[in-house]
Design a protein around this ligand. Structure first.
Ligand code: ADP
Ligand code: MG
Length: 479
């Protein structure tokens, strides 16, 4: 039997663009001392009333516009009732029947280059709960209400994702959008971009959806991929062994790479949603939406297309570069410094630059090489002053504080030898020093070409122009 996975994602995006809570004026900065950022509203003291902040609403409109969604011009806040120590009010203010944003979509690129449209069912505003701290006091649990009331946008996808790879592609697209729109920092480690994955399986071709489980607590792209794959495998095995998937919430444990049952449907809360009588409906005028629309930056999709059509960048490179607004800006500013070979610049951004940043766990903003230095390096590769190999050496020098590519090339004498006269002499010398090999190469053992090129590179410390060396070898050997 062939199986097919069905995945729907719920992402909680913290709206860090708002420096205060959704319904109070308390600060939302990350890492503050426990309970230092919780005011009377967040502590749920009797008699206080929530007042909606404008910024998070604006953030929701922005995302709605960016994913071509409907924006409900009269959405409603609802109380989601449950008891938990880190929720002093006894309910969370969320949106239920009338979310602010609904029926949008995000397009992802599949591994074979095809595009797939994933529906976004809804995106609603809600406040975050506090945190229970289990490891600070022996035998006791502390409550930190700093996070209580922090504005979140919960983005819910349709069950239209078919694999862990697609799920990650969708999440990366959403992540990029949040960063482009500057509505959240989407920092996964700090919990400002949290994903719950709903997973089910069904026999291939079947219309009806299978029973799903929901994996909570996944805080990196890698773990999303692993958790989903693990869950798909577990469900298929369970069904093939004659069992049934039960609808439940499971927790992903990255240390063991497995999911564990947290609570079943029977134990699920009945949230008793109802409209919050303390809050008026959120009314959004056409003018406000138009005004927000004028503030939207160029979005990743548009940028990718511009890179492909105007700069002739390979689609996969365009996608990789534009997935980060900061990286795309580095790339474009570099092109301002040298624009004759955008694909070469793209190669060095997605290649050496990203590799080095990853090795040192730095972000692009922390790159010791600035765009002017980078452009200078690309220029010298493009005009063949240095080979690609030597360029890596120059790149490292710049990374360590070198002033400019030209200065490094000059100081270290790294200029490529393209002078035919000088090279011809070297090639002749090498042939003379290895008469047997030269004979064999001449006789058709082409593999030896590499040997000769290597010899010449050794003699010149990699500075000989490889194309020229190849040409000269052939020329001299066929004489
Ligand atoms: P709840 O509010 O109980 O979490 P929803 O119906 O709002 O449930 O769905 C939440 C998420 O689960 C959505 O992203 C949806 O696409 C996904 N989902 C629903 N049914 C399935 C299913 N059978 N398999 C996989 N995902 C599903
Ligand atoms: Mg859910």
């Amino acid at each position: 039997m062939e199986w097919e996975a069905v995945i729907g994602l719920e992402v909680h995006v913290q709206l860090t663009c708002s420096q205060s809570k959704l319904f109070s004026g308390a600060a939302t900065a990350y890492g503050a001392e426990a309970n230092s950022q919780a005011c009377a509203v967040d502590l749920a003291l009797p008699g206080v009333l929530p007042v909606l902040n404008r910024k998070p609403v604006e953030a929701a409109i922005k995302l709605g516009l960016a994913i071509n969604a409907e924006i409900d011009q009269e959405s409603v806040f609802a109380r989601k009732n449950y008891f938990y120590p880190d929720l002093p009010k006894g309910y969370q203010i969320s949106q239920f029947e009338r979310p602010i944003v609904h029926d949008g979509h995000i397009d992802i690129t599949l591994t074979n280059g095809d595009h797939k449209r994933i529906g976004v069912t809804r995106a609603h505003l809600e406040e975050d709960a506090g945190k229970s701290v289990h490891d600070a006091y022996h035998g006791q649990t502390g409550i930190d209400l700093n996070r209580s009331g922090t504005p979140l946008l919960e983005v819910v996808s349709e069950p239209e994702i078919s694999s862990a790879t697609e799920a990650v592609a969708y999440l990366k697209k959403l992540h990029a959008l949040i960063r482009y729109l500057e509505i959240g920092d989407a920092n996964m480690q700090e919990g400002s971009f949290r994903c719950d994955a709903n997973v089910s399986v069904r026999p291939k071709g079947q219309q009806e959806l299978g029973t799903r489980t929901e994996c909570k607590n996944i805080n990196s792209f890698r773990f999303v991929e692993r958790a989903i794959n693990h869950e798909i495998g577990r469900q298929i095995e369970l069904i093939e062994d004659g069992g049934n998937v039960v609808q439940e919430t499971r927790l992903y444990d990255p240390d063991r790479d497995e999911t564990r049952s947290m609570r079943s449907k029977e134990e699920a809360f009945d949230y008793r949603y109802f409209p919050d009588p303390d809050l008026l409906p959120v009314v959004i005028s056409d003018e406000w939406i138009d005004e927000v629309a004028t503030t939207l930056p160029e979005l990743p999709e548009t940028r990718i297309n511009r890179f492909i059509t105007q700069l002739s960048i390979k689609p996969e490179d365009a996608e990789q570069i534009a997935s980060s607004r900061e990286l795309a800006e580095f790339f474009e500013t570099s092109l301002n410094g040298y624009d004759r070979n955008p694909q070469l610049t793209a190669n060095w951004v997605t290649g050496e630059l990203l590799a080095q940043l990853n090795r040192e766990e730095r972000t692009i903003e922390q790159s010791p090489i600035n765009t002017a230095q980078f452009a200078g390096l690309i220029a010298r590769i493009d005009d063949q002053t240095i080979s690609g190999k030597i360029a890596k050496q120059v790149f490292q020098e710049l990374w360590q504080g070198g002033e400019s590519a030209d200065a490094v090339i000059e100081a270290k004498g790294l200029k490529q030898i393209t002078d035919t006269g000088a090279l011809e002499k070297l090639v002749a010398e090498v042939i003379e020093a290895h008469p047997e090999q030269a004979e064999e190469l001449h006789g058709g053992k082409d593999k030896l070409m590499g040997f000769f090129v290597g010899q010449i590179m050794k003699k010149t410390q990699g500075k000989a122009n490889p194309g020229e060396v190849n040409r000269l070898l052939r020329q001299l050997l066929t004489k």
